[in-house]
Write a new protein. Structure first.
Length: 136
């Protein structure tokens, strides 16, 4: 494990044309350094089951999570569901959650978002812009 002052604490990967597999490799590296990531912004890239699975494991340390306008692989609905379950289940203090312009048009996902709002006392910012919550 690296010295705490040398660990990546904030990661911003926006509009890089990144694939799910590539993002998963980066998340594996973050996880290997000791899980100290506090801020993650990932937008305008591909997000799928591989990276969402690894992201689940980094949830306890995150204070800010932004997933915006990512192209999803077809089987990522279940992965988003698992990610939201982890946000609810882990005793961590997320303060900002932004899930914008992604397809959350499933009642289970909407219910999980509502549970996050109820259960996370320090959540001060929730952005669900263009999340297609009402279209089914």
């Amino acid at each position: 494990v690296r010295e705490p002052s040398l660990m990546v604490r904030q990661l911003f990967i926006d509009d890089c044309g990144m694939k799910d597999e590539q993002f998963a490799l980066i998340l594996q590296g973050i996880k290997a350094q000791g899980r100290q990531l506090n801020v993650l912004s990932y937008g305008n890239n591909e997000l799928g089951p591989l990276s969402l699975q690894l992201l689940k494991e980094l949830i306890p340390d995150l204070r800010e999570l932004t997933l915006v306008n990512n192209k999803s692989k077809s089987d990522s609905k279940a992965s988003y569901e698992a990610l939201l379950f982890n946000i609810i289940d882990f005793n961590f203090q997320i303060q900002k959650l932004k899930l914008s312009n992604i397809n959350l048009n499933d009642q289970n996902l909407v219910d999980l978002i509502c549970e996050i709002v109820k259960s996370k006392e320090l959540l001060s910012t929730l952005d669900l812009s263009w999340a297609k919550l009402g279209t089914q």
